[in-house]
Design a protein around this ligand. Structure first.
Ligand code: XIL
Length: 545
């Protein structure tokens, strides 16, 4: 076993900064014409929460905040430790204590207690990629060390040195990009600069002003930039096809229920496409793309599927369903949510015990039902003249920073690493306080993470529930605007779909387990066919304003 041991873990006394690896990045931001740009927000992708702004000369200094590394150089006690994979190993003489992981700006990410004497072997809790701090407390003495997480591997940072790998091949380090510097200014395209170190000076960044448009419908605004066209979609049902806003404003639709298993194959082997065909025919007549929703999901399944037993039997059922449904629509449906909502947490805010959801596919086939579902779909599409078909994974409450979003990032990276043929991630974006209220920054970070994996990103089922006034209308308007801008600024963000047309038709008003339990949601862009203020926030955002 290869282990790297570090000493120099320091008790908390005074406030001097002593780690050579703290953040210190300086530079200048200019507009494309060469002039300095003031008030550009500079931040890092992997170190959340720290940011600075450029001054009137376009200059910035990004430092790790002094309250993060409040350590003393006076008679430090040391504690040796090692990390292998996610296993932390150390040798306390005796005692009780706990292990805590903090982000670079001092936010507690995870905490875990231990008791007993040496050696201690703990599996490190899940925490965010990038620079973090590990704190071990034993008998009231606090020890701290910076650590870095890249993918699933924990790296140690020693004072004044480069990254030290704790497990895995050494070449990973030399090639690795430490982080991404992000420059943001309203009216300008976000700029992302890969950096190899947290101590850099004299970086020069040039920013282009954003292309603004004056489109008057959502779909035209989404398509107004030739180098980044976004589809603008809506959940639809056959009863809504005549709503004039549907075809006027949107060029992408997701059938709200009609393609779900219980509606298409309620009885084994008996396929009923009448409702879904009505939507697809209408979409074709109106030049609208369709996202099929959804092939493999734990919910809205007929009893004969949920009761099925045995790996081969359930694999067979799943294969027949995927191939028949994809095959029926052919190229009239351009993309599919192949698997929907495969993750679960104990709490509805996305925290507690993030794991794979136990459904019939998981329990009978095993965790590799994901691999099978995508492989079946891809093989069938490619061998039936549907090579352009896009295959997506769709999930809720992975927009904010929580256990579920961390689990999603880790798990989806594993899927990509093992070459599961997946093209994109749908962030459902059912937002509602207090359970799921990401900031636009968190959305940006999550989108960037999936974009960096090479995946497309979609806002796939957007609504923002007011939850009977738990957030104000102003907050709702700002979120609709700022998150739209995040998508405009992310080249891999290819579509935004709203989960319904009119407020009165939203599933949030009636569905019993939604966020806020059916409280007066006022969550969408239209009310009785009229455009709401929310509509104009999204339209402005799409127009780059
Ligand atoms: C909802 C529909 O909007 C409701 O009409 C239906 O009763 C339940 O399902 N995540 C999804 C969607 O992926 O399929 C769900 O749609 C909303 C949550």
């Amino acid at each position: 076993m290869k282990k790297v041991y570090l000493s120099l873990l320091l008790p908390l006394f005074s406030y001097s900064m002593i780690f050579g690896e703290s953040i210190n990045i300086t530079g200048t931001v200019l507009n494309a014409g060469g002039g300095p740009l003031k008030d550009v927000t500079i931040s890092l992708s992997r170190v959340t929460g720290i940011s600075t702004k450029t001054d009137s000369l376009g200059k910035f200094v990004l430092l790790s905040p002094s309250n993060v590394i409040q350590v003393s150089s006076l008679n430090p006690k040391t504690l040796n430790f090692g990390v292998k994979g996610r296993e932390l190993i150390f040798y306390p003489a005796s005692g009780n204590g706990n292990v805590t992981v903090f982000s670079a700006q001092g936010k507690q990410l995870a905490n875990q207690g231990f008791s007993g004497i040496s050696p201690q072997r703990l599996t490190l809790p899940c925490f965010a990629p990038g620079l973090n701090f590990l704190r071990v407390t034993i008998n009231n003495t606090i020890y701290i060390s910076p650590i870095v997480v890249t993918g699933n591997t924990v790296y140690l940072k020693t004072p004044g040195s480069t990254l030290k790998e704790s497990a895995g091949p050494a070449k990973l380090i030399a090639a690795s990009i430490a982080d991404t510097l992000i420059a943001i200014k309203p009216g300008y395209s976000d700029k992302k600069i890969p950096i190899t170190s947290y101590t850099l000076s004299g970086i020069s960044i040039s920013m282009d002003s954003i292309v603004t448009c004056n489109a008057t419908t959502l779909k035209e605004a989404g398509a107004c930039r030739s180098n980044h066209k976004m589809l603008i979609g809506v959940a639809i049902s056959p009863g809504k096809l005549n709503d004039p806003n549907a075809a006027r404003e949107f060029n992408y639709v997701t059938p709200e229920n009609e393609m779900k298993w219980q509606n298409i194959e309620a009885t084994e082997g008996v396929f009923n496409f009448s409702q879904s065909d009505a939507i697809v025919t209408w979409a074709q007549q109106n030049g609208i793309q369709v996202k099929g929703h959804c092939l493999v999901w734990y919910n809205q399944l007929p009893g004969w599927v949920t009761q099925a037993k045995g790996r081969e039997r359930v694999l067979g059922i799943m294969k027949k369903h995927i191939e028949t449904v994809i095959g029926h629509f052919g190229n009239k449906v351009q993309s599919w949510d192949v698997v929907n909502e495969a993750f679960i947490t104990d709490n509805r805010d996305g925290n507690g015990n993030a794991q794979m959801r136990n459904c019939v596919f998981y329990s009978e086939i095993g965790p590799d039902y994901i691999d099978s579902a995508y492989t079946i779909a891809r093989r069938y599409a490619d061998s039936h003249n549907m090579k352009d078909l896009k295959l997506y994974y769709n999930e809720f409450t992975i927009e904010a920073e929580n256990d579920k979003s961390r689990f999603a990032r880790k798990t989806i990276k594993e899927w990509v690493d093992r070459k599961i043929p997946i093209d994109g991630i749908g962030l459902q974006t059912h937002l509602g306080p207090p359970y799921n209220l990401p900031t636009a920054d968190m959305m940006r970070d999550n989108m960037q993470y999936y974009a960096d994996l090479g995946l497309d990103v979609l806002i796939s089922e957007w609504d923002i529930n007011l939850c009977s006034g738990q957030i104000s209308k102003e907050q709702q308007l700002k979120l609709y605007h700022d998150i739209t801008i995040v998508c405009v600024n992310q080249p891999k963000c290819i579509a935004i779909t709203f989960w319904g047309l009119n407020d009165s038709e939203s599933w949030l008003n009636t569905y019993s387990t939604t966020l806020c339990n059916g409280a007066n949601s006022q969550s969408l862009l239209f009310n009785n066919g009229q455009k709401k203020d929310t509509y104009y926030q999204v339209l402005n955002g799409l127009n780059g304003k």
